[in-house]
Design a protein around this ligand. Structure first.
Ligand SMILES: NC(=O)c1ccc[n+]([C@@H]2O[C@H](COP(=O)([O-])OP(=O)(O)OC[C@H]3O[C@@H](n4cnc5c(N)ncnc54)[C@H](OP(=O)(O)O)[C@@H]3O)[C@@H](O)[C@H]2O)c1
Length: 342
């Protein structure tokens, strides 16, 4: 499969390096010619989980350089906003029958499939964790995998072909319930990750207080209600996606506390990537996470005041009008009609 990876950051760099080391040739598309020249000079280095390696980068250039090059597989590994901005140019990278594989968090794969057609877009998600520690240098942070699936659901020879190809470098699996997998991740991102980022802490950090736990459940409940109303059936990840006894809202009690303890054990200590975006003054993926839940909730008639307030809070931080911290979580609560914290 003639393969292009668009975006040579943490995930794109990791996938490119591990494929190259396994003898699978890939081309890399960068934001501009300068970044491509830097990559060709430095090569790619990987450290951390899965073992260290260093590989040369033979083919790297800006996206424009590859238009018309007819790739069989284009792995889109930019952040969500950049992925959508690139959308009009992506078909020009694919050959006949070629496949675009977006691997962003949130609703990107669904939005691109709607825009470019399900025949061109295979859904992708990453449970692989990685960070770029210096230009061309990536640290693999876990033993995760790429999850692939048809956006419309079901199994396909194409998903299996792409899995086998990428699986030569990184762990990759196929799910027949891709939409459900997207929502399982969204449920945690919209509650744990976003609240952690806005609170300037981790999921474990903000759920140490009763009001933090309450906000978590309200954000999660809204997202789950939207998922179910949209017809999605969230897949099980580290915990059951539907909290015990859930009746449209989480039901306080020992069973819910035990369920939340499972969520915290699985996801509680990671520094939210959105908090890193705030600290670096970069735009966030909030529009594709809580923003997607809020938009869909409004369309489906599901109330989403907490997710709407979280979008506003994240946008206020990005615009420099607020700073992450516990007091901002209190303001989110008030904006969502919660009154004073219990
Ligand atoms: N990293 C993880 O552990 C992880 C885990 C799960 C999911 N994800 C998701 O995976 C996606 C990528 O994350 P990441 O951490 O790899 O991000 P990242 O390190 O910021 O990498 C994104 C790369 O895309 C490049 N880029 C931006 N616009 C481009 C364009 N028009 N053409 C070509 N390249 C372009 C960026 O270049 P510049 O530096 O010049 O902007 C950067 O090198 C995100 O949606 C994230 O939520 C990441």
């Amino acid at each position: 499969m003639k393969t292009l990876i668009v975006g040579a950051g943490a995930l794109g760099g990791l996938i490119a390096a591990r494929l190259t080391a396994a003898g699978v040739p890939v081309c890399l598309a960068t934001r501009d010619a300068g970044s491509a020249a830097g990559l060709r000079a430095s090569g790619l280095r990987v450290s951390g989980v899965g073992g260290a390696l260093a590989v040369p980068v033979a083919a790297a250039g800006p996206v424009e350089q590859y238009l018309g090059a007819a790739f069989d597989l284009v792995v889109l590994a930019t952040k969500a906003g950049d992925a959508m901005a690139l959308a009009p140019r992506l078909p020009g990278l694919l050959g006949p029958g070629g496949t675009l594989l977006p691997i962003q968090n949130g609703s990107v794969a669904l939005a691109l499939a709607e825009r470019l057609g399900v025949e061109r877009v295979l859904g992708g998600l990453s449970n692989l964790g990685a960070a770029m520690t210096a230009p061309g240098t990536v640290e693999q942070r876990n033993a995760g995998h790429l999850l692939l699936g048809e956006v419309g659901g079901g199994e396909s020879a194409r998903a299996e072909r792409v899995r086998a190809w990428l699986g030569r470098g990184v762990a990759a699996r196929v799910t027949p319930n891709f939409r459900g997998a997207v929502w399982s991740k969204l449920l945690i991102n919209c509650s744990g990750t976003t609240l952690g980022a806005i609170g300037g802490t981790t999921l474990r950090g903000f759920t140490a207080t009763a009001h933090g736990r309450d906000l978590f459940h309200r954000a999660y409940d809204e997202a789950l209600a939207v998922a179910l109303a949209s017809g999605a059936r969230p897949e099980r990840m580290a915990v059951d996606p539907v909290p015990p006894g859930w009746n449209g809202r989480s039901v306080p009690g020992e069973a819910l506390d035990a369920w939340l303890a499972g969520v915290i054990a699985a996801y509680g200590d990671a520094k939210p990537s959105m908090l890193q975006d705030f600290e670096r003054g970069r735009s966030t993926e909030i529009d594709f996470l809580n923003g997607h839940v809020a938009d869909l909730g409004r369309r489906l008639g599901v109330p989403v005041p907490v997710n709407e307030a979280l979008v506003e809070a994240a946008q206020a931080i990005t615009r420099g009008r607020s700073a992450p911290g516990p007091e901002l979580l209190e303001r989110v609560w008030a904006a969502a009609g919660g009154g004073a914290f219990p």
